[in-house]
Design a protein around this ligand. Structure first.
Ligand code: SAJ
Length: 447
């Protein structure tokens, strides 16, 4: 039997695996944001040809011009893979059929009623189904509730008449991108993979093993989906616990940070979480509610998730109260007071301000009649919930001195906190970043 004959009788699985092994597979990444762009660049760096798909024409033209917009991607890496032709971007979804592997990294926000909004997944699933052909792997990475891959995506793809696990392959592998994390990247953060069939699992795992050091196979997409929402729920619940401790310690006049520092010295049985002004970003405040919604279908009320959400959502209101108490000590009302909020990014050293507690704090203080400005070296400007365009003000001695209260909402490591304390009249430090500053200590109140 000649080589040609063998080639002709390759199954879709064999053909795809051969392309993945040889890095000849064309990889499509749908959604080139915080999750998709790092993944696309990682794949292109190991010589896969990659197409980044996005409805946002600005992102598409930026990528094709080799211009980076995601801090976790190295500018040079993006420029190099675009220059070599390994990576290009497109808004033309009709070419999805050309891809051997399609990775879905679209947003999974919440509706106004805090229910899951999987409209992006549905839309991309329908688009992929239109162009589906034998020998394709479809992998969903967006965080979502257990069952999405098999209950939503599979029926969409099955409408093609092709058989999953024989003609095409479907898997779920949650993204674990930790924005701003210099130690753990897409390459060295272990990857969980669940396949609709055992063959889907093997093809999915093979694909990720090309760029990720440690790939863990689990028994189903539901297990992989649940693993991710559990990870973020674990975080939301533990952050809520220390936030509740902060509320209690405030009432009992115990320094919560001294407690957290002391507890963190125990070498076992405890994990450090820090209280703060609230939780931001598109993950921790949202993902647990995907699970809470799904659980209701099983007549199950996820009390931890609901309670954690309630406490974390209450923290900006607590900060508002602390500001009022601090101003009151200076015989000032919040109304007509000038407040400078330092940091609007939802956490240190990133430019992402989505769902940032700093914006809620600003809204509440303005509601109480204060005049609020912000300074953030990572966020030169933003459009807030009310649609107002805001600009970061320079962090000058004058701006600090003119503020009746400076609220530290994000503890960026690039800010000179001693300078802030030296020139400010009064400081509310919600992140404990000024703890080591000795001079001007009397001006500082902590959470
Ligand atoms: N926060 C606290 N106290 C803490 C830790 C965090 O108040 O002790 C606040 C942060 O300031 C921030 C929010 O919580 O406002 C979320 O920050 P984060 O660092 O906990 O999470 P994200 O959203 O930046 O990234 C998370 C990570 N999830 C986990 O670590 C389990 C990341 O690994 C995920 O990939 C990411 O969600 C995601 O995309 O789901």
């Amino acid at each position: 039997m000649t080589a040609l004959t063998v080639q002709a009788t390759q199954t879709p699985q064999e053909a795809l695996c051969a392309k993945i092994w040889s890095k000849k597979a064309l990889v499509g990444v749908v959604g080139i944001g915080y999750v998709g762009l790092p993944l696309a660049v990682e794949k292109a760096k190991v010589d896969f040809r990659v197409v980044g798909y996005d409805r946002n024409p600005i992102r598409v033209s930026q990528v094709n011009a080799g211009l980076n917009y995601i801090r976790d991607v190295a500018d040079g890496d993006l420029a190099a893979v675009v220059a070599s032709g390994a990576l290009k971007a497109s808004s033309d979804f009709s070419t999805l059929g050309d891809c051997d592997v399609v990775v879905i990294c679209v947003p999974t926000p919440l509706t106004a009623n805090r229910d899951p909004d999987i409209s992006y997944i549905r839309a991309v699933g329908a688009e992929i189904a239109k162009h589906l052909r034998p020998g394709q792997l479809i992998s969903l990475e967006s965080t979502t509730y257990p069952g999405t891959t098999e209950e939503i995506l599979l029926p969409l793809l099955a409408s093609s008449g092709m058989v999953v696990g024989r003609d095409y392959f479907l898997a779920f592998s949650p993204e674990r991108v930790d924005p701003g994390n210099k130690r753990y990247t897409t390459r060295n953060t272990s990857k969980v993979v669940g396949g609709v069939t055992p063959v889907c699992l093997e093809v999915g795992a093979l694909f990720y093993e090309q760029t990720v050091e440690n790939v863990l196979r689990v028994t189903s997409p539901r297990v992989a989906e649940m693993t991710k929402v559990f990870e973020n729920t674990f975080r939301a619940v533990n952050i809520a616990l220390v936030n509740e401790m902060a509320l209690l310690c405030d009432r009992m006049r115990i320094d919560i940070w001294e407690v957290i520092d002391a507890a963190a010295t125990k070498p076992f049985g405890i994990m450090r979480f820090n209280p703060g002004p609230g939780v931001g970003g598109h993950c921790i405040p949202l993902d647990p509610f995907y699970l809470a919604w799904k659980a209701r279908q099983y007549d199950f009320h996820t009390r931890f998730i609901e309670l954690a959400g309630e406490i974390n959502i209450s923290m900006p209101y607590f900060v508002r109260e602390k500001v009022a108490r601090l101003l009151n000590e200076r015989a000032r009302a919040t109304r007509n007071s000038k407040i400078l909020v330092i940091g609007v990014a939802y956490k240190r050293d990133i430019e992402d301000w989505r769902e940032s507690p700093a914006l809620k704090i600003t809204e509440l203080l303005e509601h109480d009649g204060a005049v609020v400005d912000y300074h953030d070296p990572f966020v030169p400007s933003l459009v807030d919930e009310a649609g107002h365009l805001r600009h970061s003000v320079p962090l000058t001695a004058k701006a600090l001195a003119e503020a009746d209260c400076v609220v530290i909402a994000t503890d960026h490591s690039t800010i000179d906190w001693a300078f802030v304390v030296e020139h400010a009249e009064a400081v509310l430090d919600t992140r404990n970043v000024t703890r080591s500053i000795k001079s001007g200590r009397g001006k500082i109140k902590f959470l």
